[in-house]
Design a protein around this ligand. Structure first.
Ligand code: ISL
Length: 559
């Protein structure tokens, strides 16, 4: 049918609503603010907005702790505002993908409030309740059902005296894990999803969806330096994951007229799992977010950052391109609201800011898959020079700092340095629209400080300048829309052992695109070329043969 699998040729733009555009002067972004910026996004050329959570929430984890799936948080607006956003997007031929956070709810969700009230409650079995360890006294340290640590520090278990039991929370204690073994829970989730689709949304990004099926033996995990056990092997991509996703597909998506974009966030997923889940004949999802490439510079945990070896990155991308080549589909991303900014992480945000931002964009966007642009990435927004823990807002960062400094005795400066490199708030400072004090994001004091470099790095300075990072993103997006080879072509990695050059071809029906980029600060020799240069980030070097300037990226076409 026409329009089927429209997401294969689409480019998605992620909006983190808190930090995109404030319209009512409270220092926090909101839905009317997003609506006011739709022309900017349409002009950039993106097809879809993925909107991070705007549902009712106490905001312990910025909306990833939902207390009512059926309503919009007043901070962000109302249901009428979301209807208006959908209408305004559709009027522009664009689509809306909502965040679906159903591994856990907020502890303030009515389901959990009831569930914790007692073992006879209506929702008693909706969460992961367990008795204390045999022989131990509930509520005392060491009595937890197992040794798992939470992603946000401390134990993954919280004691509830009213039940005399613990509940599992893989994230904060205000994010209790739902019990997906209970069919009534699953039914409630599917009903809720159906209501959002009926409302007009065009798909879902599914938060840590590969954590929903746990190994019910809940075994202790290998003890980490924090003193807690690693539960990952027992809840990631668990035994019933594919079954649950198949049921969801049948109960929510099958039999609908339209096709929907579904992207499952899956830490630690393997290419084999992705190939199964995204198989165009038998799979359950459009695509997944995998984490392999964004883990390559982490040596033993998120907070121990090392240098990236470009050859590892190329090997990883090639592996995923190959595994999903036949019947699967990749998502392509550098950034989201959980990752540091790519130009600071693997580019050079000092001497080669423009060139490295655009070179990294080029090598990602020409791969086979659906590219995601995270707000501000198209402007080359950078990491933030946080010099004090008081400047951070993210629960993961704040808890990590407290644990590392107070409990483990690490040097505060070292911990801050790790947070500056990897902390999630790098991605969460306000969108840099203008050089003004509030960066055009707000007229009030923003909920988190604006990056001081907004005076230089901002949309007002870039839109309309053909030599800007923004203009280069716009050209990459246009190229995908104009040239079917970018969407469909076969991928082949070249020069896998070259430590500086990232090169590959895309080929379909006699047409070949060659992408060649120097991802280093030095000029390098390279004589790869094609018939016709279609796009480059450094036009002033375009005539130079056999050599690539630092962070130069070229796309050639041969027919
Ligand atoms: O990267 C991780 C493990 O490999 C974790 O930090 C985590 O599993 C992952 O980033 C999940 O993120 C998502 O769920 C969280 C929320 O805080 C994030 O913002 C969201 O993207 C809990 O809902």
């Amino acid at each position: 049918q026409p329009g089927r699998e429209w997401w294969r040729s689409a480019v998605v733009y992620q909006v983190y609503p808190r930090s995109f555009q404030d319209s009512d002067g409270d220092g926090i972004g909101d839905i009317p603010g997003i609506v006011s910026r739709l022309d900017y996004l349409h002009d950039l050329g993106v097809d879809v907005i993925w909107l991070s959570p705007v549902y009712r929430s106490p905001h312990d984890d910025n909306g990833y702790d939902i207390s009512d799936y059926e309503d919009i948080d007043p901070t962000f607006g109302s249901l009428a505002d979301i209807d208006e956003l959908i209408a305004q997007l559709h009027a522009r031929g664009m689509k809306l993908v909502m965040d679906l956070v159903v591994n856990h709810t907020s502890d303030e969700h009515a389901w959990f409030v009831d569930s914790r009230s007692g073992r006879d409650a209506e929702h008693a079995d909706w969460y992961m309740w367990r008795d204390p360890r045999p022989g131990a006294v509930g509520g005392r340290p060491g009595a937890e059902p197992n040794n798992w640590g939470s992603f946000f520090s401390g134990s993954a278990w919280e004691w509830e005296p009213a039940r005399g039991q613990y509940y599992l929370h893989l994230f904060s204690r205000k994010q209790p894990d739902l019990n997906w073994e209970n069919p009534v829970v699953r039914r409630a989730v599917y009903d809720m999803m159906n209501r959002w689709l009926d409302r007009g949304v065009d798909g879902f990004r599914m938060d840590v969806i590969n954590f929903i099926s746990k190994d019910l033996a809940l075994p202790d995990g290998e003890v980490l330096p924090t003193g807690f056990g690693d539960g990952m092997p027992f809840f990631r991509s668990g035994p019933r994951l594919q079954e649950f996703l198949a049921e969801m597909k049948a109960e929510v998506f099958d039999g609908r007229e339209q096709d929907y974009l579904t992207v499952g966030e899956m830490p630690d997923a393997t290419p084999e799992l992705a190939a199964r889940l995204t198989d165009s004949r038998t799979g359950q999802l459009s695509m997944i977010f995998q984490f392999e490439h964004v883990g390559l510079d982490q040596i033993g945990g998120k907070w121990n950052v090392g240098e990236l070896d470009l050859r590892d990155l190329k090997r990883s991308f090639a592996r995923w391109q190959e595994a999903l080549a036949e019947h699967g589909w990749n998502s392509l991303y550098w950034n989201n609201h959980d990752q540091p900014r790519i130009v600071s992480r693997w580019g050079n945000d000092r001497e080669h800011w423009y060139a490295s931002a655009t070179a990294l964009a080029t090598v990602l966007h020409l791969q086979r898959g659906t590219p995601y642009v995270y707000q501000g990435e198209e402007l080359g927004m950078t990491n933030v020079p946080f010099d004090d823990i008081g400047a951070l807002r993210d629960i993961e960062s704040i808890n990590h700092y407290a644990t590392a400094v107070d409990l483990l005795g690490h040097e505060p400066e070292d911990v801050l340095a790790a947070l500056r490199a990897m902390g999630r708030d790098n991605a969460r400072t306000p969108m840099q629209w203008t050089a003004e004090p509030g960066a055009g994001f707000t007229s009030a004091t923003p909920w988190i400080g604006v990056n001081p470099n907004h005076e230089r790095v901002n949309a007002a300075a870039q839109v309309g300048d053909p030599g800007s990072v923004w203009a280069h993103y716009r050209r990459l997006i246009a190229l995908r829309h104009e040239d079917p080879v970018v969407v469909q072509g076969d991928f082949r990695m070249l020069l896998p052992d070259d430590p500086a050059v990232f090169a590959y071809t895309r080929e379909a029906e006699g047409t070949r695109l060659l992408v060649v980029a120097n991802l280093s600060d030095d000029t390098v020799e390279c004589d790869l070329a094609g018939d016709r240069l279609v796009l480059t980030n450094l036009p002033e070097h375009a005539g130079v043969g056999g050599r690539l300037a630092p962070w130069e990226a070229r796309i050639y076409r041969s027919t």
